[in-house]
Write a protein that binds this ligand. Structure first.
Ligand SMILES: [Fe+2]
Ligand SMILES: [Fe+2]
Length: 141
């Protein structure tokens, strides 16, 4: 894995984190019904982690000599509360997979600090997916 490829992949991850931030802010606004307070609070509670991930990635990209992207990955459209929670589960599982792969690539590149940080992010994202998965269990309808 050369530096240029690694920077490109980290920029892809940064765009996904920007997308996650947009996703949580807009979904929190769109949550409706009797469970609105809990759902909005749940979406907003994920935001600080995603912001920290985005900040870390932007800093690391600059440290490696790259230019951080200004693009955000597209947010899946979701109309109902359940659609939103399912879209969040898909996004968090995707993030867990991406950072697992990226940690391996950072190790291969020889940047132990980056590899360790990416593994921390695997822990955060898998925590987010487990929490989301439990919300979907026995969803009231
Ligand atoms: Fe994240
Ligand atoms: Fe997350």
């Amino acid at each position: 894995m050369d530096k240029k490829t690694l920077i490109k992949k980290l920029n892809g991850d940064l765009a996904e984190e920007f997308g996650a931030i947009i996703q949580y802010i807009t979904y929190a606004a769109k949550a409706t019904g009797p469970y609105r307070p809990q759902l909005a609070q749940f979406f907003l509670s994920e935001l600080p982690d995603e912001q920290m991930h985005a900040q870390y990635l932007a800093n690391k990209i600059v440290a490696l000599g790259g230019e951080p992207t200004l693009e955000a990955a597209p947010v899946p459209e979701a109309r109902t509360n359940r659609d939103m929670v399912e879209a969040v589960l898909g996004a968090e599982r995707g993030a867990t997979r991406r950072y697992t792969e990226r940690a391996r690539e950072a190790e291969e590149f020889g940047d132990k600090g980056l590899a360790v940080q990416l593994e921390d992010m695997v822990r955060d994202e898998s925590g987010h997916s487990e929490e989301t998965e439990r919300i979907l269990r026995e969803w009231p309808l």
